[in-house]
Design a binder for this molecule. Structure first.
Ligand SMILES: [Zn+2]
Length: 69
């Protein structure tokens, strides 16, 4: 039952969960997200969405803090 790796489509390893995926999303510069100087992470679709949501929540929090002062 050995899988022939040569027959599998190109696949990548998600750097967050370690899952094999054929599609990877690269964490790119977003609004209010400074990724300059950081090594970009390659994430599977799932982790990418999760991270993006977390980042958006964080940005919203920071905005709220800034406007309340
Ligand atoms: Zn992942």
């Amino acid at each position: 039952m050995a899988r022939n790796k040569a027959l599998t489509p190109p696949h990548f390893i998600c750097e967050t969960c370690g899952k094999e995926t054929t599609r990877l999303r690269r964490d790119v510069l977003d609004i209010k997200y400074n990724a300059l100087g950081k090594t970009p992470f390659w994430n599977c679709e799932e982790c990418y969405e999760k991270k993006r949501t977390e980042r958006l929540l964080k940005a919203t929090e920071l905005e709220r803090e800034a406007s309340s002062s």
